[in-house]
Design a protein around this ligand. Structure first.
Ligand code: TRP
Length: 336
């Protein structure tokens, strides 16, 4: 791992699936490679579905704040907003001109999203902009969720095609990046027990959600459906609460819950209360940090400014190479 790049959607609140699946992993990568771990809040991607212009700046700020509170330290890693480095759009256009329409039309995420929204041409080009995000920095590793693997495959294809057309085999311009899958994300089930935790399914525990609303949601969440009375023995393997215990409680507690649930030694309410305490142990310091950042918003905006400054330098170098490779007239060629 020399340089890592990943994109973060500026959509609402982050949940414990994001935290355990992605953010914690990113923070670890940052410990290893520092500034070369680049995380980008993708506001230009956000406008590929109809959006509210008056709330987007707040959403972008909130995304930065939430990720910083959850452990992305901008003094270690690089955090910035996509629109602050204009080269993303420029390289995105170059790639757009080189990408067959058919490659984009077969993207699963495009097919899904175009059923839910009116199809803006930017939605079709979404993966091309994503390829530009990654290749602008010649990143070698891209930590993403399983659902993004197809986009990374396309990124590799775009890099390969560009090199073939505009560079020599001995001196390719773009390396082919590898996806590294955030395995944790897929493993955090939603509160309803019906598949993975996801904002769109409304089954999340928000990292910045107040303790009492988290508790309200846990309190009414389904457990083992076979366990109807307090005296019925339960099966932890089919209970989401037990899955959460495994993520948030220490091994003694997990062991205890496992044994006691099976012999009706502990009831669901007590099990949930115990779980709530352990979830809160993880979330409380994150929420305290978020509160601090809300009181010191310039720590967030300053981080974004220096992140963009760092990225712009790299991006400008790449674009100079690209412009030359594709045959654009240099601006200074008119000077004698
Ligand atoms: N499409 C990604 C997602 O929805 C976000 C993203 C945009 C991204 N650009 C990226 C991820 C570049 C990795 C690399 O999650």
């Amino acid at each position: 791992m020399k340089r890592v790049f990943s994109g973060i959607q500026p959509t609402g609140e982050i949940h414990i699936g994001n935290y355990l699946g992605a953010i914690r992993n990113w923070a670890k990568i940052g410990d290893q490679i520092g500034k070369e771990a680049i995380f980008c809040i993708v506001d230009y991607h956000a406008i590929t579905i109809p959006h509210d212009a008056s709330s987007l700046p707040r959403l972008t700020f909130e995304a930065a704040l939430a990720n910083m509170a959850a452990g992305l330290d901008p003094n270690k890693i690089t955090l910035f907003a996509q629109s602050h480095v204009r080269e993303h759009v420029e390289l995105g256009w170059v790639f757009t001109t080189q990408t067959p329409l058919g490659d984009l039309e077969r993207m699963t995420q495009f097919k899904d999203k175009s059923e839910q929204h009116s199809i803006l041409s930017g939605l079709l080009m979404y993966p091309v902009l994503q390829a530009a995000d990654i290749l602008l920095y010649k990143a070698d590793t891209v930590p993403v969720g399983e659902d993004q693997v197809q986009h990374i495959e396309l990124t590799r294809e775009i890099a390969r095609r560009f090199n073939y057309r505009f560079a020599s085999p001995e001196a390719p311009i773009f390396p082919e990046p590898k996806a590294s899958i955030d395995t944790g994300a897929a493993r955090v089930p939603g509160l309803d027990g019906a598949g993975k935790m996801s904002k769109s399914k409304n089954n999340t525990i928000g990292v910045l959600e107040p303790k009492d609303t988290i508790w309200q949601n846990i309190r009414v969440a389904p457990t083992d459906p076979q366990r109807i009375r307090r005296t019925d023995p339960g099966n932890p393997e089919v209970c989401v609460m037990f899955a959460y215990h495994k993520l948030f409680s220490n091994s003694d507690t997990v062991q205890m819950v496992d044994t006691e649930c099976r012999r009706a030694g502990i009831g669901c309410v007590d099990c949930k209360k115990l779980l709530m305490e352990n979830i809160w142990q993880t979330l409380e310091p994150i929420q305290a940090k978020a509160e601090y950042l809300r009181e010191h918003p310039s720590e967030v905006t300053d981080a974004l400014v220096s992140g963009a400054d760092f990225c712009r330098t790299i991006a400008q170098d790449t674009m100079q190479e690209v412009r030359q490779a594709i045959g654009l007239l240099p601006l200074d060629s008119r000077r004698p």
